[in-house]
Design a binder for this molecule. Structure first.
Ligand code: FES
Length: 261
């Protein structure tokens, strides 16, 4: 638990879409692993709604900074949006279990909407390992994808394939249509984040292949610290034996085949 200073806080792209970029100077940068999140107290006061789990979307170990990307939605994020550079907010983290970092081959990232946010630090780390990274990203339209940080992905210099519902950017359709349209290598690693339905279909898509798929279930998180039980999910082992898991503690990243979708 530490009070961390805000270095930057800005709107990304179209203000109506409410995409925000928030940078903190914090020691968390030293330990953060891709896929982990922080628990942020958006202001002083006891209201639990004023604590928010937000995934880490960027790490700069030289500057000791982490970047959080979030979309304005509900009371907590509205209060958070008021915070200014120089302000200090209480941070807890890094929390949860993150993604496996591939050491070779190709890493395919599959993102639905703002599910792209937690995949950014994974791409960064994989590139450092000399791994080839390819992003498949589905969103509503061009305006959405550009406001949700397309430029951050372009800066990485990786292969990016997009789909939009209205065809204003990339192919018209879903991210699943994108995957079906592409020749993928024989095997490799896949990381997916987005709405539950979309992740379930991505898991289905790769089922009969040798791809290892990991999914971030961050959409299912509530308090972020094991207190609300709002994040309980059902998991299965290879024999099909079921057990309960907490998204905030045992995840948010799970092996996709272990999740009972
Ligand atoms: Fe509250 Fe996991 S998010 S217990």
């Amino acid at each position: 638990l530490e009070d961390a200073k805000i270095v930057e806080h800005e709107i990304m792209g179209d203000p109506q879409l409410g995409m925000m970029r928030l940078v903190f100077k914090t020691e968390i940068a030293k330990e953060a692993h891709p896929g982990q999140f922080v628990q942020l107290k958006v202001s002083s006061g006891l209201d639990p709604l004023l604590r928010r789990p937000i995934s880490i979307a960027g790490v700069d170990t030289d500057k000791n900074e982490i970047t959080l990307l979030y979309r304005l939605k509900g009371k907590g994020t509205k209060v958070l949006a008021q915070a200014k550079p120089g302000d200090e907010l209480n941070l807890l983290g890094p929390l949860g279990q993150g993604f496996t970092i591939p050491q070779s081959g190709t890493l395919y990232l599959v993102a639905g909407g703002i599910g792209a946010f937690p995949l950014l630090p994974l791409a960064q780390k994989a590139l450092e390992q000399g791994v080839k990274v390819c992003l498949f990203w589905g969103g509503e339209n061009q305006r959405f994808l550009e406001s949700a940080g397309m430029h951050l992905w372009e800066d990485l210099g990786i292969t990016i394939e997009v789909s939009t519902m209205d065809g204003s950017m990339g192919i018209q359709g879903t991210v699943l249509d994108l995957l079906r349209n592409h020749e993928l290598t024989e095997s490799g690693q896949v990381a997916v984040c987005g709405p539950m339905m979309m992740m379930a279909s991505v898991n289905e898509f790769f089922k009969e292949t040798d791809f290892e798929v990991e999914a971030s279930l961050e959409e299912r998180m509530g308090c972020g610290v094991g207190a609300c039980l709002g994040c309980v999910c059902t998991l299965q082992d290879e024999q099909g034996k079921l057990r309960r898991g907490k998204v905030c503690k045992d995840g948010p990243v799970f092996k996709a085949k272990e999740v009972v979708w």
